[in-house]
Design a protein around this ligand. Structure first.
Ligand SMILES: [Zn+2]
Length: 570
């Protein structure tokens, strides 16, 4: 049993959650008020048997580790370490982590020495041309990976080839091992405690990619860290504000200009995990991405993720074509401070780009504009804010307010949709029987993951993969452990859905009819219709007659199924 499995087995989910939520017994599980949204009616369910929790108000859900991550705003590793310590499970890796950190520190020194060596001149020239002098090299540990391709390998070989490979410092090629970073300026990536856990290298020769990062290693998981946070975190804590930029050099420029709260998501789009990490320190985030189309798109995406992490969001308007780094170099520190100070509410930002992006005199332009707003709508939970948006949009687009409401989905507040969440349909009923291992075999053999809608498909796929002999499915918390947070919440919603069918068999038959029998029939009817057209075109009389008989027969079956009188052949 792995350490992870051991923790998952040992943890008492009810005890853990009751440290934060007053739980009362209810049915086979417990109920309480959700700690993640203002909850009047207890919507928060915990199942000790399934080792899962779910809130039917806001839709959050998952396993014990997921709960701890969310409520304490921890990373996966941090939540794991905390539970391990409590449960007395020893995480064997900690000794190895120390060693790997030492090797990374040695690699960092190697890169720094190369920067200062005679061969490091191109890198020094590049950095100086970007306004980064020796004091910056020192503060950020900047370095240089020489062009030979084996320099680091030979300098650090005493640490062992396998360790260097594990850290992604070397890679195996056709002619043996060689350095990952070749002829690149090196930016060490540090965790919040300032320990170097990975590297990013900027190409000097024009080789692609422009920025190359360490792969995932035991020390570094992509999409979880924020570059610059080791320096920024104290400033963010005291001001409550973080400034999110796109690149490494933007972070350095801002921090050098005295805006210490700058961080970036390192070459990838901002992730939920990064937003959560930020929300441990910040109340508000100012997004200062590049002022171009790509930057605008990343900004819109980022806003949704930041709002979901409970952060307030503002957007700094940079002059067309500039990024924070170029702005400082071309127009001085004052221009940068002015841009950050002039950051506007995200809704104001959105309203400002709409007339630029779309032709609002046409209906198509208005539709596209509303489509853009819709992409952020679900992240805005505040009913007052929603109302304000609708008013402003209605003025801007010259559409009646009711029209705007309708297009945006009409959800005025989540109170109205909340308590029950989205209604449960036939698909959910079948899914509940399947996932709790109560779907009769004659139905099970007729099911495939593709029968389910996209939102559930990955769950069902994994369930089938983890099935023993194609029958006994995995335990709910084992299944949950392998799913992304969003899918975990969908799983817990189905499994913790507290329903008592008066006649279980009938409820299943009814759902099966709607979810499985009918759609399959419709499919066959649809393809038959196509065949009929073809046969008619080709004038094949006999075939046509045969198909017509089949068609009529199928339509009769459909009528019977619709009336509920169908044979249980599936
Ligand atoms: Zn909730």
């Amino acid at each position: 049993m792995s350490e992870l499995d051991e923790i998952r087995e040992k943890v008492d989910i009810v005890e853990l959650i009751s440290r934060y939520v007053a739980l009362k017994p209810s049915g086979k599980g417990y109920k309480g008020r959700c700690p993640f949204h203002p909850d009047d009616t207890p919507s928060f369910h915990v199942s000790p048997e399934k080792k899962l929790w779910h809130c039917f108000g806001c839709g959050a859900g998952g396993d014990a580790i997921g709960f701890l991550m969310r409520i304490e705003r921890l990373s996966f590793r941090e939540a794991l370490e905390r539970l391990a310590a409590e449960l007395g499970v020893e995480l064997k890796r900690s000794g190895e982590r120390e060693k790997l950190l030492k090797i990374n520190a040695a690699a960092e020194r190697f890169f720094q020495d190369s920067l200062h060596s005679p061969g490091g001149k191109p890198a020094r020239d590049y950095l100086l041309s970007r306004g980064m002098g020796p004091e910056v090299w020192e503060r950020y540990g900047l370095g240089y990976a020489p062009p030979s391709g084996t320099s680091l390998l030979s300098a650090l070989s005493r640490w062992g080839i396998s360790n260097l490979e594990k850290l992604g410092l070397i890679v195996k090629g056709e002619r043996g091992y060689r350095d990952r970073f070749v002829d690149r300026v090196i930016f060490p990536i540090r965790d919040e405690l300032g320990r170097t856990v990975a590297f990013a290298g900027r190409s000097l020769s024009g080789a692609e990619p422009k920025y190359l990062n360490s792969p995932n290693t035991p020390l570094f998981e992509k999409g979880t860290l924020l570059y610059g946070l080791d320096i920024a975190k104290e400033a963010i804590k005291s001001s409550g504000r973080a400034v999110l930029v796109e690149g490494y050099t933007d972070v350095i420029s801002l921090q050098q200009a005295g805006i210490l709260e700058a961080v970036c998501s390192m070459g990838t789009a901002l992730t939920e995990s990064q937003a959560r990490r930020l929300s441990r320190y910040a109340r508000e985030v100012v997004v200062a991405y590049d002022a171009d189309a790509a930057g605008e798109t990343s900004t819109l995406r980022g806003i949704g993720i930041l709002l979901d992490a409970g952060l307030e969001v503002r957007v700094a308007p940079l002059p067309e074509g500039e990024d924070p780094d170029s702005l400082v170099r071309e127009r001085g520190i004052g221009a940068l401070h002015a841009a950050i100070a002039g950051a506007v509410d995200f809704q104001e930002f959105l309203l400002s780009i709409i007339p630029v992006r779309f032709d609002l005199s046409s209906l198509k332009g208005k539709e596209d504009a509303l489509e853009l707003v819709r992409s952020l709508w679900e992240h805005v939970k505040n009913p007052l804010l929603r109302r304000e948006w609708v008013q402003k949009l209605s003025l801007l687009l010259r559409l009646p307010e009711e029209e705007v409401w309708k297009v945006l989905g009409g959800r005025i507040s989540w109170k109205e949709t909340a308590d029950e969440g989205e209604p449960f349909g036939a698909e959910e009923v079948v899914l509940k029987f399947l996932l709790s291992g109560r779907l009769p075999e004659e139905k099970l053999v007729r099911l495939a993951p593709e029968d389910f809608s996209v939102e559930y498909r990955p769950i069902v796929k994994l369930w089938f993969e983890r099935c023993v002999d194609g029958k006994a499915g995995p335990e709910p918390h084992v299944l949950a452990a392998e799913l992304e947070p969003e899918l975990q919440a969908r799983l817990s919603r189905i499994l913790l859905w507290d329903v008592n069918f008066s006649d279980e068999e009938r409820a299943l038959e009814e759902a099966w009819r709607k979810f499985h029998v009918l759609p399959k029939l419709e499919q066959r009817i649809e393809s038959l219709r196509e065949e009929l057209t073809q046969a008619e075109k080709r004038g094949e009389r006999e075939v046509l007659e045969k198909l017509q008989r089949e068609y009529v027969e199928l339509c009769r079956s459909r009528a019977r199924v619709l009336k509920g009188e169908y044979e249980k052949q599936g």
